[in-house]
Design a protein around this ligand. Sequence first.
Ligand code: NAD
Ligand code: MG
Length: 388
Amino acid sequence: MQHITILGATGSIGVSTLDVIARHPERYAVYALTANSRVEELALQCERFKPKVAVVGSADAAQRLAGLLSRNGLNIQVEYGEAALCAVADASQCDVVMAAIVGAAGLAPTLAAARAGKKILLANKEALVMSGRLFMDAVAASGAALLPIDSEHNAIFQCLPQDYSREPAQHGIAKILLTASGGPFLNRAVDTLDSVTPEEAVAHPNWVMGRKISVDSATMMNKGLEVIEAHWLFGASAGQIDVVIHPQSVIHSMVSYVDGSVVAQLGNPDMRTPIAHALAYPERMASGVQPLDLAGIAQLSFERPDFKRFPCLKLAYDALQAGGTAPAILNAANEVAVQAFLNRQIGFRMIDQLIARVMDRLPHGAVTDIDALFEQDRHARELACSFI
Ligand code: NAD
Ligand code: MG
C-alpha cells in the first residue's frame, strides 16, 4: 500500500489524481489532501478518501473545514499555511507526493518532498522552472524519484531509454520535440488578439485545466515554461528542444534520435494517463481513459510556432539561455500578468509586454539558495505590479 499526499487536491490535476486512485483502492491510500480556499470541495474529498491530515490556506478556512468535518463525525487533523504543506510533503507516513499546486506557491512543499527523498509526481512546473538546479540537486542528494506529470514530459520520459542519464548525446538523442496544441488563438488574426476576453482565453480546444495554465496555453507561455522544465528534467540544452505545433493533442511529445528514428507517445488528451503512468511506474495500470481511436481521428497535423504570434515562447527561450534567476523572474512576472489579465486590469497582449519589461529591468543573477530565489521572485512581482 502506497500512502499519498496530494498538494492541490481540489484543482484539475488533484481531482484527476483522486479519480485514478479510487480505481485502485488496494494499491493507494490518501495520507493528506490540501487546498487553498475551496473548503466545501475539500470536505467532500475528505469524506470520500479519509486522509489523516487536511491542509488549507488560512486560519479561517481551517476553522470552516474543521466544522464541516466534525459535523460528519470525521476525525481528520486540520492544518493551514506553508509550514503545514511542507510537513505533509515530507511526513514519514507519506510515500508519494503529487505536486499539483499552481504557481510559485507550490515550490516550498515540493522542495520539502524532494529533500525528504519521496516519490514525487511533478505537475507544478513553475516550481521546477523557478528553482532549476537547486531542485534537481535536492532530488539527487536525497535519492527522490522524480516522475513528470506534465503530459509532454511524461511522454518524453516514456520515449527515452530506461537507463537515461540526463545526457542526450550519450544516448544518441538529436532533439526533444515538445508538441503544443497552439491553444484557442492559433488561427485568430494577430491584430485582434488584444481584444480577447478571459473567457475566450481559458476555453482550451482540447484540455480542461485550471485558469492560470489555460491562459498560459493561450499565450504559449505554458510551452515556454515546458521548454525550461524539459531542460532540467532531461538535461537538454535550449538548442536541443524544439516546439512543434500539433493542434489535435494526440501525440504528447517525441524524441528524435541520430539514426533518424522519432519515437512518440500518443493518447487521448486526458491527464489520467500520465497520472496513472507515474503512479504505477514501472508497472502499468488502468486509468479510466478511453482507448485511442486512430481511424476516428484520421488526421494528425504539424506546424512551426510563430514567435510573432506567441512572443511569450521566445521570452522563455531567452530566459533559459540567460540562466540563473532569469527563469524565476520570467515566471513571477507571468503569474502577476496572467492574474491581472484574468482580473481584466490589462489586455491579452500586455501579458508578454509586461513580462518583457520586467525581464529587461531586473538584472538576473546566480541561483545561490532558496531564500535568494524567493527574494528575486518578490522583486519581480513588485516590479510587475508597479507597471500594471
Ligand atoms: P488548478 O487551478 O485547477 O488547481 C490548483 C490547486 O492549487 C488547487 O487545489 C488550489 O487550491 C491550490 N492552490 C492554489 N493556490 C494556492 C496557494 N497559494 N497555496 C496553496 N494551494 C494553492 O490548477 P491545475 O490545472 O490543476 O494545475 C496545477 C499544476 O499542474 C500547475 O502547475 C499546472 O501548470 C500543472 N499542470 C496542469 C495540467 C492540467 O491539465 N490541468 C497539465 C499539466 C500541468
Ligand atoms: Mg503540458
